[in-house]
Design a protein around this ligand. Structure first.
Ligand SMILES: Nc1ncnc2c1ncn2[C@@H]1O[C@H](COP(=O)(O)OP(=O)(O)OP(=O)(O)O)[C@@H](O)[C@H]1O
Ligand SMILES: [Mg+2]
Length: 596
């Protein structure tokens, strides 16, 4: 066997986590050619194998040195000896498939061999198996495609991590393309904060975007629970309940009662309705009614008699739809009627609500298009427009959502979809029978770790953590994409089954990955700062063997390319007075400039 071209050396030390190998001094070259292919001995991240009769163990080289750990061999002066530390990753019995994990360990003096491309092919499997998606090629061999197990990638959740510009968006686009191109019935929702992905999926995706004429993204405000809505409308902190908050809660609940028996998706009995139920009501009417009791004048003076029936004469009804105050005859300066309104409790709330309703940036919530007609369009219609259409991918382009609303928006979207999957878990058209993948781009900006609070109140984090903790059972999986893994919710990272880690230079980020990554794959994680752009270390459940993988550049690309700075700065630029007008208008209206 020692004459075998793949022979490398022998085992000199074994412990539970690694095997030490002395490379034979007789190996003529550090880069032998086997079956026409050049191999490099002792490269970190490469594989070696231990043939033990019918059983073959496989391991990954995690370190290389010229001294053995117990240093007994250096006394003979052979300083040129080389030693490898190898982490065992799996085994193969005869012609059976490769299995992760090992049942046996090698012993001292067992032989160690190079792993050839054919061995690798048999480890990694091939594309004819269903449920595999291609992600790229092995870094040490362009001929070796690497596949991920789709079930595990999605239902055991995943994360794509890497410093800015390391190729995360490209990786995300490539994986999604791979998934949707080979799975016509796939259901994926991509939360796209910067509107980058539309260009990458010209035919595969339905893109919903705020203010879009064909496919507007709307999120009816009544999908928010009371905590969320009250926080947004009047700044109420969860747990607080002033008398005015209590009145707001009662008003909302009462209005939900009124619509509950007209719902197109089915009537709801009063006993099931709370301020949190996702049942429509008219928020403009709510404002108008509060405003009216405040600005009205009355025929009676005591507060409890200042009711609608006792209103003084009205001059102008104002308008619910246009948010115009009604006008009443002036109150008397003497002690006779009409009397001034004594309704003061809701004074501040009323004004806060009005300012939110008037802010056109929030129209996607407060004027939610067809869903304002809630006697004809209900949430089932909204759900179908997101996850039950003829495209395998839905991009929710949140680039028009004001920054301070991203947390709430992602939270409401995620909770709505989670609840839809949870309550439909046994239906044949959704839930466990038709799972859903949620992809969260730029997750650090709205899924921060709980200890940090930078204007983010944790609505999104709570909803997404729930998907990570419980989603699998109801057919909902998740993938987060972020440049700051150390800032992201630890609960989320702890539930990630598969890590796709691109170049990561920040040491806090790197140690977050190495502490949460499975399989004790620290040696591969150590490679993170030195990876090339578009190169990733993949570890975890969806990949047979932890691997260093090259991800191809996708075409068409997401619009996240680096600007061509040198080219732009090298030429003189002509200025004119029309420039920046549209930019400023966009800044004011928060509507993107139409691109030609
Ligand atoms: N696999 C790849 N091969 C070659 N070049 C790549 C690859 N992936 C990305 N690039 C290049 O790197 C640049 C940044 O890529 P990308 O936008 O995917 O990075 P990112 O990690 O998403 O960055 P950000 O954190 O800013 O969102 C792009 O200009 C792209 O052309
Ligand atoms: Mg990106």
């Amino acid at each position: 066997m020692k004459s075998d071209v793949t022979f490398l050396g022998q085992v000199i030390n074994v412990n539970s986590s690694s095997v030490e190998v002395k490379i034979s001094d007789d190996i003529p070259s550090a880069a032998p050619i086997v079956e026409g292919k050049l191999y490099r001995i002792g490269q970190i991240g490469t594989f070696v194998k231990f043939p033990l009769g019918a059983l073959t163990l496989f391991g990954i080289v995690s370190s290389v040195s010229n001294t053995a750990s117990n240093d007994q061999n250096s006394e003979n002066g052979k300083k040129s000896s080389r030693y490898l530390s190898v982490q065992l990753i799996g085994e193969k019995q005869g012609d059976d498939d490769f299995q992760k994990g090992v049942g046996f360990y090698p012993t001292i003096n067992d032989e160690v061999h190079l792993v050839t491309e054919n061995d690798l092919l048999s480890i990694y499997g091939n594309s004819s198996e269903i449920g595999l998606v291609e992600i790229g090629t092995h870094s040490s061999s362009e001929r070796l495609p690497i596949y991920l197990d789709l079930d595990k990638l999605i239902l055991r959740h995943s994360a794509i991590l890497g410093s800015t510009g390391s190729g995360k968006s490209n990786t995300t686009a490539h994986i999604l393309k791979s998934i949707v191109n080979s799975n016509q019935g796939s259901r994926v929702i991509l939360i796209d904060i910067h509107g980058e992905y539309k260009d990458a999926f010209p035919t595969e995706a339905k893109v919903l975007r705020i203010n879009d004429t064909d496919n507007p993204l709307v999120l009816p405000f009544w999908l928010m629970n009371f905590d969320e809505l009250a926080m947004f409308l009047v700044g109420r902190q969860p747990g607080q309940e002033s008398p005015s908050d209590k009145r707001l809660r009662e008003e909302i609940t009462a209005r939900k009662y009124l619509t509950a028996d007209k719902l197109p998706a089915g009537k709801i009995n009063e006993e099931f309705i709370t301020a949190d139920s996702p049942i429509p009501f008219s928020i403009k009417e709510l404002w108008y009614d509060l405003a009216r009791e405040i600005v009205a004048t009355y025929k009676k003076s005591p507060l409890n008699e200042q009711t609608k029936e006792n209103e003084a004469d009205i001059i102008d009804e104002g308008s619910v739809d246009d948010l115009k105050y009604p006008k009443f005859v002036d109150y008397s300066m003497t002690t006779s009627e009409p009397y001034k309104s004594k309704h003061e409790l809701m004074n501040i709330h009323e004004k806060k609500i009005l300012s939110k309703l008037k802010d056109s940036r929030f129209n996607f919530m407060f004027s939610p298009g067809i869903y304002e007609d809630f006697e004809n369009y209900d949430l089932d219609h909204l759900l179908r427009s997101w996850i039950a259409h003829d495209k395998p991918l839905t991009i929710l382009d949140l680039s028009g959502v004001p920054f301070e609303l991203i947390d709430l928006t992602v939270g409401v979207i995620s909770r709505f979809l989670f609840d839809g999957m949870y309550w439909g878990r046994y239906e044949e058209y959704t839930g466990r029978n038709r799972p859903l993948l949620m992809v969260y781009e730029e997750a650090h900006s709205y899924l921060p770790n709980s200890s940090e609070n930078r204007g983010v109140f944790g609505y999104a984090r709570k909803a997404v953590e729930k998907i990570y903790k419980e989603g699998r059972k109801f057919g909902i999986g998740s993938m987060v994409v972020t440049q700051r893994p150390s800032e992201i919710s630890h609960t989320i990272l702890a539930q990630v089954g598969t890590y796709i880690a691109l170049r990561l230079t920040n040491s806090a980020d790197k140690s977050t990955v190495s502490s949460s990554a499975p399989n004790n794959m620290t040696s591969l994680i150590d490679l993170l700062p030195s990876l090339r752009i578009g190169e990733a270390v993949i570890v975890g459940e969806a990949i047979k063997v932890p691997s260093r993988v090259r991800i191809p550049l996708v075409e068409p690309r997401p619009s996240s390319n680096d600007p061509e700075l040198a080219k732009a700065w090298s030429k003189e630029f002509i200025h004119d007075d029309e420039q920046y007008k549209q930019v400023v208008t966009s800044m004011r209206t928060q509507k993107p400039i139409q691109r030609k």
